[in-house]
Design a protein around this ligand. Structure first.
Ligand SMILES: *Cc1c(COP(=O)(O)O)cnc(C)c1O
Length: 356
């Protein structure tokens, strides 16, 4: 039986993705070769790559003028590639969590980093608001969903400079106005596919303004000009992402999954708010993430943390231990997590409360 998989990443994938990729590992569409064995320059892979890009464009409503890249190195390599390619003098960052802070650290190798606002002093329990982005920065970088702290920036900010977003853990979970962004990037392993590939949605007309010279593999121009085929891309991981995109389309696309995500999150937050054992550490209710739901035990019940994890495990619930910097619990309820898994968790919380 499949577990109720609340892992933060790599994380639960649709059964459709698992079935289709397992079939393709044995034989891709009856061609007598595995997806693991075909050339990245074959017509089969050409078809897979372009279909993945087209579906991504369709589902996220990406306007023309953008290229979708699939690269190695995870979201973390993008933390460095972005400033390498775009930071001429200074860049602005919103410090909303540990990933944002890592992105800032990398940017400092290339120029001045302006932290427009930070919630670090409060252990990132909210999304900083009411900040101003200077007009003279090369770009403004945000993290749309703070995977570790369970906060999410659910609106697309309006700024006068190019807007870059790490959307690793909420890509395709809700509609986004892509036209407001210069780059949207992330690791695939949260909401899209297996580990091993990062997606980068990049506005073509941003390219070519940098003054420094950049090694080929770290230069976005290389990857845009070669359509992610400068070197061998992660063929298998891209194929798996395509299956998830097909699954998402069959459900009715981003708008439909967004509705389901709101409903799943509401069920869980309602129980956290009701249950005497638990509370949500996120300070501002409107910042509560629809993807990563953090909750901790109220002080008087702190000793029950380990027993609750054990109890949940006995119900087939895995992956809910909170990140060490927040403690308590974190239920990652990505697109592919079924509503019944959320209901199972809520029932376990109720049952555990009744026992204690
Ligand atoms: C997981 C995660 C990352 C790191 O992704 P890698 O692919 O492991 O480099 C970066 N940002 C966010 C928001 C994440 O959730």
């Amino acid at each position: 039986m499949r577990k109720h998989n609340f892992n933060p990443g790599p994380s639960v994938l649709p059964e459709y993705t698992l079935e289709q990729t397992s079939k393709a590992v044995l034989d891709l569409n009856g061609i007598g070769m595995s997806i693991l064995e075909i050339s990245h320059r074959s017509k089969e892979f050409e078809g897979i790559l372009s279909e993945t890009q087209e579906l991504f464009k369709e589902l996220l409503d990406i306007p023309s003028g953008y290229t979708i890249l699939f690269l190695g190195g995870g979201a973390s390599l993008q933390f460095a590639m972005i400033p390498y390619n775009f930071l001429n003098t200074k860049a602005a960052y919103l410090n909303s969590g540990a990933w944002a802070s890592k992105a800032m650290k990398e940017a400092k190798f290339f120029g001045e980093v302006i932290e427009v606002a930070s919630s670090k002093a409060d252990n990132y329990t909210y999304i900083p608001k009411n900040y101003t982005v200077p007009d003279d920065v090369d770009y403004f970088h945000i993290t749309t969903n703070n995977t570790i702290y369970g906060t999410e920036l659910k609106t697309d900010p309006t700024v006068k400079v190019p807007l870059f977003a790490d959307a690793s853990s909420d890509i395709l979970s809700r509609p986004m106005d892509v036209s407001k962004y210069g780059i949207i990037y992330g690791g695939a392993q949260k909401n899209l596919g297996p580990a091993g590939v990062a997606f980068v949605i990049i506005k073509n007309d941003l390219l070519g303004n940098i003054k420094r010279s950049i090694p080929a593999m770290l230069d976005y121009r290389t990857h845009v000009e070669n359509n992610s085929l400068y070197n061998t891309p992660p063929v298998f991981a891209i194929f798996a992402c395509l299956q998830t995109l097909k699954w998402l389309k069959s459900l009715g696309g981003v708008q439909a999954i967004y509705k389901k995500n709101v409903e799943k999150a509401q069920i869980l937050y309602d129980e956290i708010d009701r249950n005497k054992l638990f509370r949500c550490p996120v300070r501002d209710v409107e910042d509560r993430s629809l993807m990563n739901v953090c909750f901790v035990m109220n002080d008087e019940y702190k000793d029950l943390e380990a027993p609750f994890l054990e109890f949940a495990k006995s119900k087939g619930i895995v992956g809910i231990k909170g990140h060490r910097s927040v403690g308590g619990f974190r239920a990652s309820i990505y697109n592919a997590l079924p509503k019944e898994s959320v209901i199972t968790l809520v029932e376990a919380m109720k049952e555990f409360e009744a026992k204690n």
